[in-house]
Design a binder for this molecule. Structure first.
Ligand code: PGA
Length: 264
């Protein structure tokens, strides 16, 4: 695992954008796994700026989002469809027909729909680079604590913590969905490369457990310890509870010296 420590949110966002843009340049027909939430907003802004400057081209790319609230139509202002449209898809040239987000409006036959989402990922060649945030409870996607580490895309009941963290986005707090469709941890682990972004003290405990704690379904992000190519991009506040910060800096220096390809 590469743990890259940055000073603040802006640096995390800029470095994440550099990594994503360089992956797109290296493989124009890339399949990206995308995330929503406040954390990747800076990444999307940076990528939009790179696109406007002619430094990255998404015309060959395909994307799959991690999750969507159950019960929200794409045009609902709090849906992840709306989020992605507003913050990324309207700003870059990723073909809309190749930008996939789970459908929050399905009812019944959830298993069939979720299997179909998995099949679409497979048919596209699998995810090359998966962007993740992390919840205060260690979730990735909406894989709440005690999610199976082998889980696939499925309907998932949201935890009380997640509902509390996101309720304020809804004008009527009682309209906060209780469930979501989310890629599973197994789905995420199948991607070729994972980039997890974290910023702020509220994430420090989850980040420390994910990187330095035991692998446990109680902290879904700890499953990333089993992934062969994962980069954690963490700002100072989110790195607060990590005990091996000096070692991570040393690893980064050695990586820059001996295997810089891992950082591109
Ligand atoms: P946030 O959410 O980026 O809005 O903090 C992260 C997550 O819950 O995965």
């Amino acid at each position: 695992m590469l743990v890259v420590l940055k000073r603040n949110y802006e640096e995390v966002s800029r470095e994440a954008a550099r990594i994503v843009a360089s992956a797109v340049r290296a493989k124009p027909r890339i399949v990206l796994g995308l995330a929503t939430g406040s954390t990747p907003l800076g990444l999307y802004q940076e990528l939009a700026a790179l696109y406007r400057a002619g430094r990255v081209d998404f015309s060959g790319a395909t994307s799959f989002n991690l999750d969507e609230y159950l019960g929200l139509a794409p045009e609902h202002p709090q849906s992840f469809h709306s989020f992605m449209q507003q913050h990324f898809f309207s700003e870059v040239n990723l073909p809309r027909e190749r930008a996939h987000i789970p459908d929050g409006t399905i009812s019944g036959n959830y298993d069939d729909y979720c299997e179909h989402y998995e099949e679409m990922i497979k048919a596209a060649g699998g995810i090359d680079l998966q962007v993740l945030g992390i919840g205060r409870n260690g979730h990735v996607g909406f894989n709440e604590p005690t999610s199976s580490l082998a889980s696939r895309t499925r309907l998932k009941a949201l935890s009380r913590e997640t509902i509390e963290d996101n309720r304020h986005f809804f004008s009527d707090a009682s309209a906060m969905p209780q469930c979501a469709i989310t890629m599973g941890i197994g789905t995420i682990l199948d991607s070729r490369r994972v980039l997890l972004l974290a910023s702020g003290r509220s994430k420090a405990a989850a980040v420390a457990k994910a990187i330095e704690g035991p692998i446990t379904s109680s902290v879904s992000a700890s499953a990333l310890q089993m992934h062969p190519d994962v980069t954690f991009l963490i700002d100072e506040e989110a790195a607060y509870s990590l005990t091996q910060r000096d070692y991570y800096r040393h690893v980064l220096e050695m990586t820059e010296q001996f295997t810089p390809g891992r950082l591109s």
